[in-house]
Design a protein around this ligand. Structure first.
Ligand SMILES: [Zn+2]
Length: 621
């Protein structure tokens, strides 16, 4: 992160108090000086465990461990990326962000061209095109909400319109709305209904256009992929569906754009469409960000297709959701239901009888087998093993699948767990050549004593909490200072933290980075519970009332206090690093009979003991 962005972030933080931002989503009650409490917006609860601390600029749920600063909160609650949270808050607080380098201005121009194109298409919707949409059952409200338009039949209507707005044909070509052949430019979409495709920020980044004439091929024509438009990264209808997905905890995923609009009109406003033929991992991630936990896939109109849908799902996606395959009777598409008086009820019924992944998996594994025969039970287990040996904790599908297996195969839970344990250890042996898991590596480094590992983590967290109290623009500098004075060993939280800090992404994103690991929640815990920086200063003032701060007092005061606190926290971290080293040396000493080695180890141990003493003197002073 460059200095200008860091300054802008710090300015936004100072202008947008966290309780104000959080207060828009959560009813907050004061709970002591500079702190507020409310019901957590990220999980269901009856007593408030969501806390907001003004001085620290942080919010945190002691129940579900969600939280962070203003940027992290906005990202999570709106399901947006860091950059968008930054842009929104910058705009609201009137802070100017330094321009993105490189392609930023080109992207901005392309967005403007797409915007102009969308306005052009919208203004031409009427006559036959409008009648077609009405005949499909769409209301004026739906047409408006999804921005449907019409691309006239002429070869250069849009071309001329854009030129009139100062857009060159080359620019419009790069934005994907024109085509070029032998140096001649012409409109890409002609005599077609246009569907603007929005990215997750709600900006028009591409179009899909449906032919109005029967003999016009292809029936649907897409914009080409551009830096703004990558089919596999977007879901049609996502910005419109996001609030309902969040509220209902589920998403209905279909194939057709009409289907999405029809479903929204029928009240299934959690519907989105894939722009290809299957759900990509990135698209699944978008749904995850909107807090979907259940996916209803309505891709195929027949039974075979429905099974293919579930079979084609990648395991990563399946692990993150409870997945259902929806089958509509009579081979209809959701869009066809719009014209039926009981269309809504029919779709509701289809959702209710959707085939859950668990049932489907079991059906496939057990098909053609006699479940009373032990060797066939064995075959079912073999077939389900890959899904059952899931490394994700709290995988609900696996829990349900286990229950299904236990019931249908008449196994005891114990027997199933034994079987899976054997399966796991067998697969562990196969991968022995690969990098050992982290815990093994830690053990082999002699860091296996859990009490020391825990002590190290706690002390590292103290140091990191102090680093979080410095302004954004000094954050990297102070992090490097800590690194130079502690030499965190590989594999420690502090070492990982330093690596993240050096990547210069800023405090907010580093916190997010650690949220995805176990230590993230611990870090937030420490950040919320440690005295805030203002309090730290007050205590220091009381202890040293005679210090004169001089002309630049307000700027220097926090730094001196921070340095003093860091000195102590770093000594405590180094002490535990030495203790771990001591532990390792003692283990080595126990396992050797070589006299030279014993002598060398004893000398090392003496040195480490002295180092530990020295560190203790620092913080007991
Ligand atoms: Zn919570």
């Amino acid at each position: 992160m460059d200095a200008q962005t860091a300054q802008a972030i710090e300015l936004i933080r100072s202008r947008m108090p966290i309780q104000e931002l959080v207060g828009r989503y959560v009813a907050l009650k004061p709970s002591g000086k500079g702190t507020w409490k409310g019901l957590c917006p990220f999980h269901q609860e009856k007593t408030p465990s969501f806390q907001v601390n003004e001085a620290k600029g942080l919010c945190y749920c002691f129940g579900c461990k969600a939280g962070g600063d203003i940027f992290a909160f906005l990202q999570k609650i709106e399901g947006i990326e860091f950059r968008e949270a930054l842009e929104r808050l910058a705009q609201e607080t009137g802070v100017e962000l330094p321009q993105y380098k490189g392609r930023a201005s080109a992207r901005k121009e392309a967005l403007q061209i797409l915007e102009l194109t969308q306005a052009y298409f919208r203004s031409h919707l009427g006559g036959e095109a409008l009648q077609y949409l009405q005949a499909r059952g769409l209301t004026a409200g739906s047409i408006e909400q999804f921005g449907l338009g019409y691309a006239p039949g002429s070869r250069d209507g849009l071309l001329k319109h854009l030129q009139g707005q100062g857009v060159s044909p080359q620019e419009a070509l790069e934005a994907g709305v024109l085509m070029e052949r032998e140096g001649r430019f012409f409109d890409r979409f002609r005599n077609r209904i246009t569907f603007p495709i929005l990215d997750s920020l709600g900006r028009t980044v591409a179009f899909t256009a449906r032919a109005l004439a029967q003999d016009d091929n292809p029936k649907y024509l897409n914009s080409p992929e551009t830096p703004l438009f990558k089919k596999s990264l977007l879901l049609y209808g996502y910005p419109q569906a996001r609030p309902a997905i969040r509220e209902r905890g589920r998403a209905v995923v279909v194939e057709g754009l009409f289907d999405v609009i029809a479903l929204h009109q029928m009240g299934f406003s959690e519907a989105v469409a894939v722009l290809g033929s299957s759900l990509s991992a990135e698209q699944a991630h978008l749904l995850k960000r909107a807090d979907a936990t259940e996916l209803y896939l309505a891709f195929d109109a027949d039974e075979a297709g429905r099974k293919a849908t579930l079979q084609s799902l990648n395991l990563e996606i399946v692990r993150s959701f409870v997945v259902y395959a929806v089958l509509l009777e009579g081979g209809k598409d959701p869009g066809d239901l719009l014209l039926l008086p009981d269309g809504k009820a029919r779709f509701e019924a289809a959702l209710n009888v959707a085939l859950p992944e668990v049932e489907y998996r079991f059906e496939v594994a057990a098909s053609g087998l006699d479940l009373r025969r032990p060797e066939h039970k064995q075959k079912v287990l073999e077939a389900l093993k890959p899904r059952l040996v899931s490394s994700e904790p709290f995988d609900r599908v696996v829990e349900k699948l286990k229950a299904k297996v236990i019931g249908a195969l008449e196994l005891s839970p114990r027997a199933l767990e034994d079987y899976l344990a054997r399966a796991r250890s067998a697969s562990g042996r196969h991968t022995q050549g690969a990098a050992p898991p982290r815990t093994d590596r830690v053990a082999s480094l002699g860091l296996s004593r859990p009490d020391l590992t825990e002590k190290r983590l706690l002390r590292e967290l103290d140091v990191i909490a102090l680093l979080y109290s410095v302004p954004e623009e000094e954050f990297v500098q102070w992090s490097l200072y800590v690194e130079d004075h502690t030499w965190p060993p590989e594999g420690s939280l502090l070492a990982d933290f330093m690596q993240a800090a050096r990547s210069e992404q800023g405090k907010s994103r580093i916190l997010k980075h650690f949220e995805q690991r176990g230590e993230g929640a611990r870090l937030m815990d420490v950040l919320m519970k440690s005295p805030s920086f203002d309090q730290v200063n007050l205590e220091a003032d009381r202890r040293e009332p005679t210090v004169s701060w001089g002309e630049h007092g307000s700027a220097r005061k926090p730094r001196l206090t921070l340095e003093a606190h860091l000195t102590v926290a770093m000594a405590r971290v180094r002490e535990v690093y030495y203790e771990m080293r001591l532990d390792k040396l003692k283990t080595q000493l126990k396992s050797t009979t070589d006299l030279d080695e014993i002598r060398a180890l004893t000398k090392d141990i003496q040195e480490v003991l002295q180092a530990i003493e020295a560190e203790r003197r620092v913080y007991k002073r």
